[in-house]
Design a protein around this ligand. Structure first.
Ligand SMILES: [Zn+2]
Length: 414
C-alpha cells in the first residue's frame, strides 16, 4: 500500500510527541536533532500539539550566545486515555494522563464459562466507568478508549473475528461497547498492543526493527519494522505462536499440531511441568497464574524441577525466537507480557543461550534479547496508546474533509 503524505505527517506527529514524552521539557531544536526532521517541520508539528493542548510551553533556556530557546513539555492534564486489556482470564483497565502515568486501575476476574460477549462487554463497561469515577476525570477529557482482545481483529470495523480461547466468531465488539461507552473506541489485539507500548515507551523506542514476543496464555510476536507497526495485509502479521515448532506435536486449539504456543504459552508450560513430574506440588490444575507464580518462586529457591521446566521451556522458545532472528534480522527482541515478567531473568538467561544455539551468527550478533522494561501492564498501556494515536490521527482528518476516525460517532459532542 502506498504511504500517503498524510500517513507520513501522522508518523512524524507520533515521533515528535513520543520524543517530547520521553524528554520533557525539550526545545524544537533538540526535537529536530532527535527525530531527524527539519526545524520547520518540527515547528509546525509542535504548533499542532500545542493547539491540541497535548503539550504546553514551559519557558526558555539559554542557547550559548543565541536567542533563548522556547521549551515545551507534555501537558499531563491535557487529556486522559483509557487502556482495556481483555485477557483469557481477566479484564484489566487503566486510566492514564497524557504523560502516561496511571491515575486509576480496575480489575474484573473472568471465570470459565463467563466469557460470552455480552458478559465481557458488561465487565469492560463497568471497569471503564469505575476508572473514570476514581480518577475524578471529566468524561469530556477522555480522548479515547483503546481495547485489546486476543485473537484476530478487524480494527476498521471493530469486529473480533476469531478468539480461539472463547470460540468467538465475528463479534461486533466495538458496536456492543459503544452502547455503554461514550468515548472514541479503538480495537486491536495484545500482540500489537505490546509492540506499540515498546515502540512508544519501552525497549523498541528509537530502534529500527524490533520483535516483541508476547508470552501469556496465548503467544505471538508483535513486529515493529522500519520504526512502525507491521500489520500485514489483513492485520494478522505476527501469529508466530501458531507456527509449527514440532511436527505432529501437541494439539493446539487452532486445530494444528505442534504450534509454538503449545510449548511456551502458560498452558504449555504447565504441560512441560506435568510431563516432568505429574504430581509436582508446583502444579495448580486449572490455574495458570498460580502455577507460573509457584514456578518463579521455586526457581528462586533453586528447585531442580522448576529449573528444568524453565530450561525446557526456554529451549522451545529459543528455537522459535532463532527463527524470528534469522527471518527478520531485528535489532532487539523484547520478551513481554505476564509470563515473561514473572519468570524474569532466569528465563531470559536460558532463552539467550538457546537462541545462540539455533540462530545464524550474523543476525544473532546484531540482536539484543531483553525483558520488557515497562513496569506496568504493557497491554493496557499499548491499548491506551492506540487511543493516543487515534487522537493524533484525527488532527489531519479534522482539517481535511470530515471522515469519522474509529468510532468517534459515539463521542460526546465537543
Ligand atoms: Zn496453533
Amino acid at each position: 500500500m502506498k504511504r500517503t503524505s498524510r500517513d507520513i505527517r501522522t508518523a512524524n506527529r507520533y515521533e515528535v510527541l513520543r520524543q517530547i514524552i520521553a524528554a520533557s521539557p525539550t526545545s524544537r531544536q533538540e526535537l529536530a536533532a532527535a527525530t531527524g526532521l527539519s526545524l520547520a517541520t518540527v515547528a509546525t508539528l509542535v504548533g499542532e500539539l500545542l493547539d491540541l493542548r497535548m503539550i504546553t510551553e514551559v519557558g526558555f533556556e539559554d542557547s550559548a550566545g543565541g536567542r533563548p530557546r522556547g521549551l515545551v513539555a507534555v501537558n499531563a492534564s491535557g487529556g486522559a486515555l483509557i487502556g482495556v486489556d481483555i485477557a483469557e482470564t481477566y479484564v484489566h483497565v487503566e486510566l492514564f494522563d497524557l504523560a502516561l502515568n496511571v491515575l486509576a486501575r480496575a480489575d474484573e476476574d473472568m471465570r470459565p464459562g463467563e466469557s460470552r460477549p455480552e458478559q465481557v462487554v458488561g465487565q469492560v463497561a463497568a471497569a471503564v466507568g469505575s476508572v473514570v469515577a476514581r480518577a475524578g476525570v471529566e468524561a469530556a477529557r477522555v480522548l479515547g478508549v483503546g481495547v485489546s482482545v486476543p485473537g484476530q481483529v478487524d480494527r476498521d470495523t471493530g469486529v473480533a473475528e476469531y478468539a480461539p480461547n472463547w470460540d468467538w466468531h465475528d463479534v461486533p465488539l466495538l458496536d456492543l461497547l459503544a452502547e455503554h461507552i461514550a468515548h472514541p473506541l479503538y480495537l486491536d489485539n495484545p500482540l500489537r498492543a505490546c509492540a506499540v507500548a515498546e515502540l512508544w515507551f519501552g525497549a523498541a523506542r528509537g530502534r529500527g526493527d524490533a520483535v516483541v514476543v508476547n508470552l501469556g496464555t496465548g503467544v505471538g510476536a508483535g513486529l515493529a519494522l522500519g520504526g512502525g507497526l507491521h500489520r500485514g495485509v489483513s492485520n494478522s502479521a505476527g501469529e508466530w505462536g501458531h507456527t509449527t515448532l514440532v511436527l505432529d506435536g501437541r494439539l493446539c486449539h487452532c486445530g494444528n499440531h505442534g504450534c509454538v504456543e503449545t510449548y511456551v504459552g502458560a498452558p504449555g508450560i504447565m504441560q512441560n511441568l506435568r510431563e516432568l513430574d505429574p504430581t509436582s506440588p508446583l502444579l495448580h490444575p486449572g490455574d495458570q497464574s498460580a502455577t507460573v507464580d509457584a514456578l518463579a518462586r521455586a526457581v528462586a529457591a533453586a528447585d531442580p524441577v522448576a529449573l528444568k521446566v524453565v530450561r525446557d521451556t526456554a529451549r522451545y522458545l529459543g528455537a522459535g525466537i532463532a527463527d524470528l532472528v534469522n527471518l527478520l534480522n531485528p535489532e532487539v527482541v523484547v520478551l513481554s507480557s505476564w509470563v515473561a515478567a514473572r519468570l524474569g531473568e532466569p528465563l531470559l538467561g536460558e532463552v539467550r543461550r538457546a537462541v545462540a544455539r539455533h540462530a545464524l551468527r550474523r543476525p544473532l550478533a546484531a540482536t539484543e534479547i531483553v525483558l520488557s522494561p515497562i513496569p506496568t501492564d504493557p497491554v493496557s498501556l499499548g491499548a491506551a496508546t492506540f487511543a493516543l494515536e487515534g487522537a493524533l490521527r484525527s488532527v489531519g482528518q479534522r482539517a481535511a474533509k470530515r471522515t469519522a476516525p474509529a468510532r468517534s460517532r459515539t463521542a460526546p459532542p465537543s
